[in-house]
Design a protein around this ligand. Sequence first.
Ligand code: SF4
Length: 235
Amino acid sequence: MSSGLIDQLGCLREVYGAQDGLALLRALLREGPLAGRTALVSSFGAESVVLLDMVATVDRSTPVIFLDTGKLFGETQDYREELTELLGLTDVRVVSPRRRDLVVHDPAGSLWQSNPDLCCHIRKTEPLETALEGFAAWITGRKRFQGGLRGALPTIEGDPATGRIKINPLAPWSADDVERYRQLRNLPPHPLVAEGYRSIGCYTCTRRVAPGEDPRSGRWWGLDKTECGIHGPGI
Ligand code: SF4
């Protein structure tokens, strides 16, 4: 992957950096160097419906990449099907881990217990990298309020490791902003939200959180791990 786009990062920020949400997506999906070369990567998790709705509003044929790790809640799979139909998304790509990686590294399906970083690598990072081949940019749903490495997230981010641009339209949004948009657009919530799940990934590594608790504390609880690894250091 060429570093040309990374070289253009300053220009992209100068032209589009003051926008966020739907306005940013409208601009970047319709004009400039990223138009027609951008995918949305969605977990179809607790807050995903907002970004999916925005992308569908701009262009329903935008590729949507869904990483099916093999460890997802059945409710997430059902929700993906429901939203795909509801929003009229025409290019949802379900991406699975490589069979060889599972046979070699996780034949018993319990790698998440002994080596969660390697488990995320073979079930998420590697399949995503393959799925993103040919794309110049991808859209993520990360927000600054989620804290940790996300606390200073720009809306337009460079990934020096791949030369791609990452678009983070909801970076400056609060949890209330996200929920307000969902309600305003009358979008269905993930069914597990009502059961106390606020950040939803693999069933093996996700638990409910108490009201007022950090939503992401329900992921990889008890471990010194806060990210799955698909997001390397950005610029
Ligand atoms: S979240 Fe857990 S089960 Fe899912 S890929 Fe990562 S370590 Fe494996």
